[in-house]
Design a protein around this ligand. Sequence first.
Ligand SMILES: Cc1cc2nc3c(=O)[nH]c(=O)nc-3n(C[C@H](O)[C@H](O)[C@H](O)COP(=O)(O)OP(=O)(O)OC[C@H]3O[C@@H](n4cnc5c(N)ncnc54)[C@H](O)[C@@H]3O)c2cc1C
Length: 408
Amino acid sequence: MQTAYDIVIIGAGPAGLSFASAMIEANIKVLLVEKNSLESLSTPQPDGREIALTHLSLKILKKLGVWDLIDQAEVSALKEASVFDGDSPALLHFKSDQSTVDALGYLVPNYQIRQALYQRVMQANNIDIVTDSTVEDVQYQHTHSEVVFADKRRLNAKLVIAADSRFSNIRRKVGIPALMKDFSKVMIVIKMNHEKSHKNTALECFDYGQTLALLPMVGCASSVVLTVNSNQSQAILAMSEQAFNKKITQDFKGALGQMTQQGVRHSYPLIGVHAQTFIADRFALIGDAAVGMHPVTAHGFNLGLRGQDILTTLVKEALEQGQDIGAKPLLTRFEKKHIHLTRLMFFGTNGVVALFTNDAPVVKQVRRFVLKFAEHFPPIKYLIANHLTEANKGLFKPVERLLKKWPF
Ligand SMILES: Cc1cc2nc3c(=O)[nH]c(=O)nc-3n(C[C@H](O)[C@H](O)[C@H](O)COP(=O)(O)OP(=O)(O)OC[C@H]3O[C@@H](n4cnc5c(N)ncnc54)[C@H](O)[C@@H]3O)c2cc1C
């Protein structure tokens, strides 16, 4: 490890690794710091997350040279999606428009994405990776930023990128406030085999008291996503396999036949985060450290990829023009290009969660009306589908422009 780098990235999760991938072959020295072990990076284990990638994310991963490193036998095309409310038949149904795109999105196991990103970064000559190391602080020193490690080592960088998760300690140390939303819910994810075909259709059932989702994986298998109140999660995690299989088969009303658990149940407490600003002097936030989404709209990593793409494009432009890559105008442009959409997604998603997880009779009426309206009013449905899949990036530009005056 040198004592000075052009860029130091804190956190080698999917966002930090994506940023590093984009810097391969740039004429600069980059350091990626990860507090976990080298083994956890090089051979990430399945964590139950099936990441629904949008068309824009697919494009970015291809540009990064990462898509081809993902085992394509594990990629499942998401062709249709249905939303149910209570016992109602499907209220909202999306289908890929075969004339323009072949799928709404693509499901890829999270560990596959992490592995492919790591393999790509490993090919670089200009990127050093240091593991089992925790960054404790970042201090601005005008011409550079100083990165302080837990073991008191220090080094300098022209630009520091924090991709250290939604609970980012560095964000707090740099003095950036964040809005945190504790949903008091736990998401339990598990791969299950089933007798009947899922027909590549995702299901989202706002079944009173819990939310049940199914993401179609390759073959007769799906990722089952169960969202319950925090106080109910322990009992579900502790269920025997037999009792759990019976519960999930019944919850899906036998639509997919007998369902059988594969592997282990993983649980994630649901906490959303949005940083007040994404930048400070010679410093930027990306990934969940900037915006940590509720997973219901499947946008966390998609927004992380989008953010790093915006920032790395600006950094490369600055390098070509011989400009300072940590300069304030560059960072301000990054924030302006990214933060309006993340706010729209963050508060929009939280609004959807509030509407769909409240079982008060009047709220149930409102959501049935909303779903029916969206289903029978094609322009709204088209806008929602396009925004979720990012098949047409420009559609929400007018809304983003309006949000530029947001008093957050
Ligand atoms: C159940 C579930 C389903 C999801 N589904 C989807 C989906 O369908 N689509 C989608 O787009 N997104 C989805 N997401 C979100 C997605 O998983 C996250 O957005 C993404 O993993 C965030 O990546 P990250 O790199 O920003 O953060 P993280 O993955 O949290 O990585 C942060 C890294 O920083 C390291 N670190 C932390 N602090 C330090 C420090 N001080 N020094 C050094 N290293 C440090 C950590 O060890 C870690 O490796 C889902 C999330 C969940 C929980």
